[in-house]
Design a binder for this molecule. Structure first.
Ligand code: GDP
Length: 296
């Protein structure tokens, strides 16, 4: 995960380490390499600049420059600032008590991994003793409904769909009633996806959001798409007031910038990350662990 970023940062720290005691100029050079690594990993420009300002203010202070191992201190500062940037930890799904139905609305562009993530989340919830119901609320694409049914069968989780309806608000309302009948306590709504953000998609999602009042609204974004993932999170958040982001495909050759920037740019926490195509490949997002992985 994030191999290039890890390697580049490693090289930047090695340059600092090679110097023994550091002059201010040495330190500035090393910090420039750190900034370059972040930009190459597709961290957004503003985020990288502000981040480096915070790191530099500390790294160029006397306490660090005059210490015996300044490079180790800089690594510690970068680690802590990365944790601050991506955190705090927040992967609660804010589920209601077991007798009540919690509705989780899942949004995202087509191909982001939304439907797969609905299945993954259902699996985690089932494992933790909850009774999920998967709901096909993407009514334009019959294949999306089929895909959810296949996942439900694999996971032995019930799936609600209504192929005769064109109204996701009605389908959602009926699904919540069905959940009550089945004794299910978490409804996971797989909403419509499109290749691009457009008004029709946003209007539909806003209508479901305002009429069905889901308890939590989560956006699934593809971590491989870098700043596009962050920009779509921004746009969805403006329309829907997201409660969290789930970033998929962090197992691939994602460069890392999306995971590092999304919380800072949107103010919305990154709750989970997808680390593979299999249904067990969903992990709660831990800023400390992620910062640790990035620094190797
Ligand atoms: P949707 O159109 O947003 O519902 O996307 P899908 O759930 O159909 O997923 C699109 C593709 O991404 C599928 O081939 C999934 O197997 C794959 N996918 C989803 N999540 C992950 C992930 O975390 N890692 C990897 N490598 N592939 C994923």
């Amino acid at each position: 995960m994030f191999d290039a970023l890890q390697e580049n940062l490693g090289a930047a720290f090695k340059t600092l380490r090679g110097q023994g005691k550091l002059s201010e100029a040495n330190m500035r050079d090393g910090l420039k390499l750190v900034e370059k690594s972040l930009l190459e990993a597709d961290v957004s420009y503003e985020v990288a600049r502000a981040f480096m300002k915070r790191v530099s203010d500390q790294a160029l202070g006397e306490k660090v420059l005059q210490s015996l191992r300044p490079s180790e201190q800089v690594i510690g500062i970068v680690y802590q600032e990365l944790v601050n940037l991506m955190g705090p930890v927040d992967h609660s799904l804010h589920l209601k008590g077991k007798g009540e139905v919690t509705v989780l609305m899942m949004c995202g562009l087509q191909g982001s991994g939304k439907t797969t993530t609905c299945g993954k989340l259902g699996r985690l919830l089932k494992q933790s003793g909850r009774k999920p119901l998967l709901v096909a609320a993407d009514l334009q694409r019959p294949a999306a409904i089929d895909q959810l049914h296949v996942l439900g069968e694999q996971l032995d989780i019930p799936v609600y769909s209504d192929r005769t309806s064109q109204d996701p608000v009605k389908v959602t309302g009926a699904a919540v009633e069905q959940a009550k009948r089945l004794g299910a306590d978490v409804v996971i709504l797989d909403t419509a996806g499109r290749l691009h953000i457009d008004n029709e998609l946003m209007d539909q999602l806003k209508r479901v959001d305002s009429r069905c009042s889901p308890d939590q609204v989560y956006l699934v974004v593809d971590g491989m798409t870098g700043q596009d993932a962050v920009n779509s999170a921004k746009a969805f958040n403006e329309a829907l007031e997201l409660d969290g982001v789930i970033m998929t495909k962090l197992d691939g050759d994602a460069r890392g910038g999306a995971a590092i920037s999304v919380k800072e740019v949107t103010g919305v926490p990154l709750k989970f990350m997808g680390t593979g195509e299999h249904l067990e490949n969903l992990e709660p997002f831990h800023p400390e662990r992620m910062a640790g992985r990035i620094l190797g």
